[in-house]
Design a protein around this ligand. Structure first.
Ligand code: HEM
Length: 192
């Protein structure tokens, strides 16, 4: 019997990670745009200018951060979920699932080599984001600032990876890997 291309375990982990990253991206997007502390401070300032109340810039920012906090808490919850999911994902190869593919293997085409490198670099970046995120929240105060400086760069690789991944999957679907999208959804055994 032909083995399904993507096992149940593989598909559940894939979609759990994909959905978590999407939600994480929404929290980052909100923090950078509508819920940016400077934007919110300016809105509060604008409102107060029509009243007889005055707040200093520091107070405005503190208030803006307090309003943003319940939304931002979700970044941290989803961060913990990702720590759990990636811990499982990195242990799975030991049980014969989702093995890592070596980009140094011989006789690989340029395309396959590129694919394998993209995954490897992505996993390395994710490990850095998860570790720095955990240190910011749970680690010593002295490390908070330097870890934040590294952690906030995560948005660049995350967006780049999502674009490369989706483009790659679409190209594969419409060229020599027809059916790849339905296989990662339903695990169908059919090649087409
Ligand atoms: C792959 C996983 C992660 C990615 C890609 C990521 C990405 C980011 C980005 C881009 C920012 C900056 C947002 C901005 O300044 O507008 C940020 C901030 C933050 N992240 Fe994450 N994050 C991840 C996981 C985590 C985890 C696991 C935690 C903790 C449990 C965490 C906690 C935080 C905190 C506390 C901040 C605020 C830092 C500050 O105030 O400058 N993150 N994250």
């Amino acid at each position: 019997m032909e083995k399904p291309k993507y096992s149940k375990v593989n598909r559940v982990i894939h979609w759990a990670i994909a959905i978590s990253f999407l939600l994480l991206l929404i929290t980052i997007f909100l923090r950078l745009t509508w819920m940016n502390k400077y934007n919110m401070a300016a809105i509060i300032q604008d409102y107060l200018s029509g009243t007889d109340q005055v707040l200093s810039q520091d107070q405005l920012i503190a208030l803006a951060k307090k309003i943003r906090q319940p939304m931002w808490d979700w970044h941290i919850y989803i961060g913990y979920v990702l720590v759990g999911l990636f811990s499982i994902r990195f242990i799975l190869p030991a049980f014969g699932y989702m093995g890592f593919q070596n980009p140094f293997s011989k006789n690989l085409s340029l395309k396959v080599k590129f694919q394998r490198w993209v995954y490897l670099v992505f996993y390395a970046c994710v490990i850095v984001s998860l570790t720095t995120g955990l240190i910011i929240v749970l680690g010593p105060k002295a490390l908070k600032k330097p870890m934040e400086e590294i952690h906030v760069l995560g948005v660049y690789y995350l967006v780049a990876y999502i674009i490369i991944h989706l483009t790659g999957v679409l190209i594969a679907e419409f060229t020599e890997e027809k059916g790849i999208i339905s296989r990662i959804v339903s695990g169908s055994k059919n090649k087409d």
